[in-house]
Design a protein around this ligand. Structure first.
Ligand SMILES: NC(=O)c1ccc[n+]([C@@H]2O[C@H](COP(=O)([O-])OP(=O)(O)OC[C@H]3O[C@@H](n4cnc5c(N)ncnc54)[C@H](O)[C@@H]3O)[C@@H](O)[C@H]2O)c1
Length: 367
């Protein structure tokens, strides 16, 4: 198969769909890999690295898209890329179609075979191609929070680790899923006093087991959040109710009772945010102060560390990309049910039940 890797064009997006090693693996399976010139630069990969891995460098987006049978991307096709969509083209990327009705319409009308990373689902119900980005964002949240707490950013001037004879910061993490657990591990590593809350005893038991006495776990409810938040220097929001808006566990009144210069890093902002005071921000302008608390609510945090994120993404997507390239959509999806869950649009129809429901389409069987 001819596999194309275009340069990402969404604002602030520096990731690329495959590392040179990933491109090399596709090449070793006998596929021709076309990489748009400069596609890897934002992640620290020169064209020469892709060339050395056996890929061919293409001069433009148009050349990459038009010569490829399958396109691997990071972000959903942007409006200026719609013209490249054509019948039979396979597109494997983050799609989030429920939030992109016009893209869905284009994929249907142009009879594209569109697979969304975010709906690839393994037997236990987990989402293996979303997990690596939650892992990155969770780990980054502590770093972002440490920066927010610095005085020049409006923070209360507290070092997470404290110092000899000086108490460390108190970090409250809401949600002990993939992002929350990763935030928790990094937070504990800084020497801060860490409390994590969830409604899942299983998740909290897991964190308690792996981190021993270094973390406090508390069942999440309104009263407990209210009590804990007044003590916290840094609150990290990492709650998710799949398919629904994030519950607003932190009210405006609670924020008013937080310490002056405390910080909220709200990862859940991409699903609405965990605090009533959260609103989306960008990497260019990541923070604002509201109710004397510094808020960091960047919706695409992994884009700040594209080198790490691109490796993490390739590690997760490569085996699925190889299956698609080796066997084509139909056979690959039949052999691997996880990939079938990833199929959103096929042959002019929406074939994923939740996507169809969210967009008001009838769901079809793909074959
Ligand atoms: N901002 C970003 O750049 C970025 C990047 C990656 C992920 N995220 C977001 O981070 C959030 C978490 O993602 P994840 O992969 O860790 O999800 P996850 O499903 O692994 O974990 C979510 C956790 O929230 C818990 N939860 C549900 N209701 C709760 C409540 N009332 N109180 C406390 N905990 C509750 C669940 O039990 C679960 O353990 C999502 O909104 C995701 O979209 C944001």
């Amino acid at each position: 198969m001819i596999v194309g890797i275009p340069r990402e064009i969404k604002t602030d997006e520096n990731r690329v769909a495959m590392t040179p090693a990933g491109a090399g693996a596709l090449r070793r399976h006998g596929h021709l890999v076309l990489v748009e010139r400069g596609a890897g630069l934002g992640s620290g990969f020169e064209d020469s690295a892709y060339r050395a891995a056996g890929a061919r460098i293409m001069p433009s987006a148009a050349a990459t898209w038009s010569k490829s049978e399958m396109i691997l991307k990071v972000k959903e096709p942007q409006r200026s890329e719609f013209r490249f969509l054509r019948p039979g083209l396979i597109v494997f990327t983050y799609l989030h179609l429920a939030a992109e009705p016009e893209l869905a319409r284009q994929l249907i009308r142009r009879r594209v075979a569109a697979l969304g990373y975010e709906t690839v689902q393994i037997e236990d119900g987990s989402l293996p191609l979303l997990a690596p980005m939650s892992e990155v964002a969770g780990r980054l949240a502590v770093q972002a929070g440490a920066w927010c707490l610095q005085a020049q950013n409006g923070g209360r001037g507290i070092l997470l680790s404290g110092a000899s004879g000086v108490r460390p910061a108190r970090i409250l993490i809401l949600g002990a899923g993939i992002a929350g657990a990763n935030a928790c591990q990094i937070a504990v590593g800084t020497g801060a006093e860490v409390t994590v809350m969830d409604i899942s005893a299983v998740r909290m038991r897991y964190l308690h087991d792996i981190l021993g006495g270094h973390v406090n776990t508390l069942m999440s409810n309104h009263a407990a959040v209210e009590e804990e938040i007044g003590q916290a220097d840094l609150v990290i929001g990492a709650v998710l109710l799949p398919g629904a808006r994030t519950p607003r566990l932190v009210t405006r009144k609670m924020v008013a009772r937080m310490k002056r210069g405390a910080a909220i890093v709200d990862l859940s902002i991409d699903q609405g945010g965990v605090s009533e005071t959260s609103r989306p921000t960008t990497h260019e302008d990541p923070i604002y102060v509201e109710g004397h608390v510094v808020h960091y609510c960047v919706t695409n945090m992994p884009a700040a560390v594209p080198h790490t994120s691109t490796y993490a993404l390739t590690n997760a997507t490569l085996s699925y990309a190889l299956d698609l390239a080796d066997h084509g959509v139909e056979k690959a999806c039949q052999a691997k049910p996880a990939l079938r869950h990833g199929l959103n649009v096929y042959n002019g129809h929406v074939v994923h039940p939740a996507v169809a429901q969210a967009l008001g389409y009838e769901v079809h069987e793909p074959w």
